[in-house]
Write a protein that binds this ligand. Structure first.
Ligand code: ACO
Ligand code: ZN
Length: 167
């Protein structure tokens, strides 16, 4: 099957995730984040939201992913209005490939795909202590819209952050 390259960053390619990418995506998640999901969850998101599940690849090896859903509900940005929203469920880059713009490229590419699906905003939850991720999101226009105490299993709270997405 033809793999759809969305953007390039030096030798890194940002492209849509395929079924056979799910095992390495799960491995990246295991190595980089305390939040894990059942294998089924990854395949389900891929089958329901294939355009906004992206991977970063370097010479045939996956080094990062972003997994998103498109939802419809109350806007995080405009009080009492309804909106189609992208939801970044999980994003991660292998440690030795961080700080090179891959996280930025994954989020920007996901935003572009969300906008094609007529989403007007994107939101996510992030641990209050996750400074590198929070500063990256802020640089990409995300603002904190709320805070959820004890959101994570270990009791840590989450910031809900949201940004406009544009075509
Ligand atoms: N390591 C990490 N960051 C570095 C490094 C380095 N060696 N060198 C520089 N940086 C800086 C960059 O300058 C940039 O700074 P800024 O955002 O303040 O301008 C920032 O760190 C990283 O930006 P990118 O290179 O675009 O992003 P990266 O490819 O490093 O990925 C990510 C960011 C995904 C948050 C990564 O750190 C990661 O995988 N962390 C562990 C998993 C995680 O926390 N994921 C997010 C959870 S929340 C959620 O999933 C919704
Ligand atoms: Zn979430």
């Amino acid at each position: 099957m033809q793999k759809a390259v969305i953007s390039r960053l030096g030798e890194y390619e940002i492209r849509t995730c395929e079924k056979e990418d799910i095992p390495p995506v799960i491995e990246i998640n295991m190595r980089t984040l305390p939040e894990h999901y059942s294998d089924y969850f990854y395949y389900e998101i891929l089958s329901e939201h294939p355009d906004t599940f992206l991977v970063a690849e370097l010479r045939g090896v996956l080094v990062g992913y972003i997994m998103c859903r498109i939802e419809y509900g109350f806007s995080q940005l405009k009080r009492l209005s309804l909106a189609r929203k992208g939801h970044v469920v999980s994003v991660a880059v292998e440690e030795e490939h961080r700080g090179k713009g891959i996280g930025t490229a994954l989020i920007q590419a996901a935003h572009a795909e969300m906008a094609k699906k007529t989403a007007t905003e994107c939101y996510l939850e992030v641990r209050v202590s996750n400074k590198p991720a929070i500063s990256l999101y802020e640089r990409l226009g995300y603002k904190v819209t709320s805070r959820v105490d004890a959101y994570y299993r270990d009791g840590e709270g989450a910031l809900v952050m949201a940004a406009k997405v544009e075509r």
